[in-house]
Write a protein that binds this ligand. Structure first.
Ligand SMILES: *Cc1c(COP(=O)(O)O)cnc(C)c1O
Length: 368
């Protein structure tokens, strides 16, 4: 290790971390741009949330409620949970980071999956621990692969369910089988950022598993179905001992007041969320069918995006398609960084954007 006494140096391992690169936002020189790269909702936030946000503007000199009671009560009421088991965070990203800092350290391992969300890897490494990546099977999390990777050093397992960027899900029976086979000292993190969108009888976000065990937590977000990504609101449902540990480490005012107010109003407006689910289901089916009709392969998704595979080995076609779409103001997510060089991820957008993507990709594929 080099010791440079002339300037501060980060802890060992920090400079090995590849910083998160968000989806691209701009298409230079194109007048009308549709950002379909970050799984944002095309429907915006509930008008009630926007109104609550506006009201909060009148009291910006005041510190927020450090317990975020109003928001936790609203979440508890909607989901039928005990408020004591809920902790809110500045996006679920903050909560994922807190979990790693509290439960991992040098010498520990945490299991992530082949195409898993990149934030896990970053936070595991930031805590000084080692990420252990296990293969997925046809873009699905493979419970047996996870179990095969468990060692005495394993402290955590991360699963996005549904997965991002795959859009696939793990049935609750498989999650139960995983939990039952894991050592009780291993913390299973179920990241259910897209849970609200899923309409499958064999899916559960994780509430029952958390309630029945001491080593399972579920994280959720207001960034997707509730359309509040700008405000950074996430929450975790966890056993009391885990909530207690996280509370010792988090910032005392980690939730800002406009976020608390808008989040509470958003989750109470379940009629708005139901419309968003319906809109999404309609387009999920239609986009999948239309993209397959033009010769593309689409991984079956239960979320608000689809993973589109291009017929290619080396990622050249996906990169060309990305450029082709960007030149037309259609910004998708390149997912090479997720181990998917031949694919692009498309967030379901407004109708005109969805139609424009299908038309542009039909033209692109027609060119051979
Ligand atoms: C979008 C997303 C989140 C949400 O993160 P926030 O910090 O709450 O905005 C979490 N996990 C996954 C897998 C996601 O795709």
């Amino acid at each position: 290790m080099s010791t440079d006494l002339e300037s501060p140096s980060p802890r060992a391992g920090i400079l090995d971390i590849a910083a998160y690169v968000p989806g691209k936002e701009h298409a230079p020189g194109v007048a009308k741009v549709y950002k379909l790269s970050s799984n944002e909702t095309p429907l915006g936030a509930s008008p009630k949330a926007i109104e609550a946000f506006g009201r909060a503007a009148g009291q910006l000199e005041r510190y927020p409620d450090g317990q975020a009671i109003e928001l936790r009560e609203a979440i508890a009421a909607v989901h039928g949970l005990n408020i004591a088991n809920i902790l809110c965070g500045n996006g679920s990203d903050e909560l994922l980071g807190l979990l790693c800092h509290v439960y991992l350290g040098p010498g520990d391992e945490a299991i992530i999956t082949e195409h898993g969300f990149l934030v896990y890897r970053i936070q595991i490494m930031a805590a000084g621990a080692a990420p252990v990546t296990v293969p997925e099977t046809e873009h699905r999390v493979d419970v047996d692969a996870i179990l095969a990777a468990v060692t005495p050093k394993t402290k955590m397992v991360f699963i996005a369910n549904p997965g991002n960027p795959t859009g696939t899900y793990v049935p609750v029976a498989e999650i139960r089988r995983l939990q039952a086979a894991l050592p009780k000292s291993v913390l299973l993190v179920l990241d259910a950022a897209y849970a609200e969108y899923v309409r499958r009888n064999d899916y559960e976000a994780g509430i029952e598993l958390v309630s029945a065990n001491r080593n399972v937590v579920m994280t959720r977000t207001f960034s997707k179905i509730y359309g509040l990504a700008a405000l950074r609101i996430g929450w975790i449902y966890a056993p009391p001992a885990i909530i207690d540990a996280l509370n010792r480490v988090r910032g005392p005012f980690n939730m800002n007041a406009p976020a608390i107010a808008a989040g509470a109003a958003a989750i109470r407006d379940q009629a708005f969320a139901a419309d968003a689910v319906e809109y999404n289901l309609r387009w999920l089916g239609r986009l999948t069918a239309e993209l397959e009709a033009i010769g593309l392969t689409v991984t079956p998704s239960v979320a608000n995006f689809v993973l589109i595979h291009f017929p290619d080995e080396d990622g050249r076609r996906a990169a060309e398609a990305d450029d082709f779409l960007t030149a037309r103001g259609l910004i998708l997510r390149a997912v090479r960084g997720y181990g998917l060089p031949n694919a692009l991820r498309l967030s379901i957008g407004p109708e005109e954007a969805n139609l424009a993507v299908v038309a542009a990709l039909a033209e692109f594929m027609g060119r051979g």
